[in-house]
Each structure stands twice: as C-alpha cells, then as structure tokens.
Design a protein around this ligand. Structure first.
Ligand SMILES: C[S@@+](CC[C@H](N)C(=O)[O-])C[C@H]1O[C@@H](n2cnc3c(N)ncnc32)[C@H](O)[C@@H]1O
Length: 225
C-alpha cells in the first residue's frame, strides 16, 4: 500500500445526506426493503470490504498528522494508518485484550503507533485541540454513552479537525448476523450535530450496509447549542 492511496481527499457536502425516518407504512416498507437487501449480501461482506474501507478512511483524513482511533479493538485500522498513511496514531479502547504486542511491531510502525486502554469518554491524556482527526469504526453502536464519547472527541480535536465514523446501520447484514442495536444514518448525523460538529454528513455506503458519517470541529468561536 503506497502513501498515494491516502492522498486524494473528497469533502462531502455540508448537508446531512441521510435516509428518512421510519414512520407508518412508508417506514415499514423501507425497513422491509432494507432487510431484503441485507438478505442478498454474503455473510463475509464486511471482511471483504475492510481493506477498501481502510483506504477510504486514509484518503478522508489524508491531511492529518495526529490521529486517534476510538474503540480500536486490535488496532488494525490504527496500524494501517500508521504504516500506509504515515499518521501518528493513538488507538484507544476500553479493553486492551486485543492490542498487538507493541515491541513485536516493525520499528517504523512502533514509532507511529500507540495503543491505550481508556474509555473514549475521558481521554485525559490528550489536551484540548491537539488532534487532527478521530476515527471510530464499528464502535459507536457498542458505546454505553456515545454522546459523551463524541463530546470528548470534539474537545481533543483541533478547530477544523475531522471526526469520521464508520458503523453498521439498522436493518443491515450486521443486524441479521449479530442482532445488536444499530443507529440509522439520520440518527448518527443528529448525534454529531447535537455534539456541536459542523459540516456533518451521514449516509449509507457499500451496498447500504455501512454508515459513513463525518463532521468537523468548528473553527470559529463555537455557538452554544
Ligand atoms: C466491534 S469492536 C470494533 C473494533 C475495531 N474498531 C475494529 O474495526 O475491528 C468495538 C470496540 O469498541 C470498544 N468500545 C466500546 N465502548 C468503548 C468506549 N466507551 N471507549 C473505548 N472503546 C470502546 C470495544 O471494547 C470494542 O473493542
């Protein structure tokens, strides 16, 4: 993987591009068609798209130096960003059981990657406005207090810094496989807006089996929301 794949960056429009809320019979129809669509997606779909998603994230935050991946699990994305995109990455997870053996990593990765056990709600080891980009992949739906984690993400992001969220949507393949609670893109977008992110967009990608949401920490003096 060359650094070139992390370069081209496309900014979405500022408008939230989300599906309509489900209500009444129209809502039920949408739900049924989403479930039907999910039924036609192979069970290993998420494994198959992982490399492409990682590249897409790398491209999205290509200008960033200091990156934090919240809910990093085994630090796979963090490692990719450190290695392929040359970001300085901190992976954060509430559990450290899947962290890689840091000493066993190649030196060039070791120098750019650290994994820290912490709750995303309190990133006390990071000062305000010191991070260029934050990612959270397949993690927000597992968070007990996602709003508190997003607020903390906003605190540590520099003005203009970007938050990128990738997650499973409701009525997707994930729902069929794992039966957890998932957000829909509109809810995810609203959560970002409520937390005070600007330029929020939230939409479905990858055969509508993935939420791709993003927002910026406001650059100007922030309005009280
Ligand atoms: C489904 S895993 C995804 C892991 C990784 N991002 C990946 O793509 O493989 C979700 C992760 O979020 C972590 N998590 C849940 N709540 C958290 C919180 N409040 N702060 C930090 N990590 C959290 C879990 O421990 C888990 O490792």
């Amino acid at each position: 993987m060359s650094r070139a794949s992390c370069r081209s960056r496309s900014r979405g429009s500022s408008a939230a591009n989300a599906s309509a809320p489900r209500r009444g019979s129209a809502g039920r129809c949408r739900q049924t068609s989403a479930r039907r669509r999910a039924a036609s997606v192979p069970d290993d779909f998420y494994d198959k798209i992982k490399a492409r998603l990682y590249r897409r994230i790398g491209e999205e935050i290509s200008g960033a130096q200091r990156v934090v991946d919240i809910g990093c699990g085994g630090c796979e994305l963090a490692r990719f960003l450190a290695e392929a995109c040359e970001h300085n990455v901190t992976g954060v997870d509430i559990k450290d059981g899947a962290f890689p053996d840091h000493d066993g990593l190649p030196k060039h990765v070791r120098q750019r990657l650290r994994c820290i056990k912490a709750d995303g709600q309190s990133l006390d080891f990071l000062d305000d406005g010191t991070v260029d980009a934050i990612t959270a992949v397949w993690a927000v739906h597992e968070m007990a207090e996602p709003g508190a984690v997003l607020a903390e993400a906003r605190r540590v992001l520099r003005p203009g810094g970007e938050l990128v969220i990738v997650d499973f949507p409701r009525d997707s393949l994930a729902q069929r496989l794992w039966h957890e609670h998932y957000y829909d893109p509109r809810e995810m977008g609203r959560m970002l807006e409520r937390t005070g992110f600007d330029d929020v967009s939230s939409r479905l990608i990858e055969r509508q089996q993935v939420i791709w949401a993003k927002g910026l920490r406001p650059s100007q003096k922030e309005a009280v929301r």
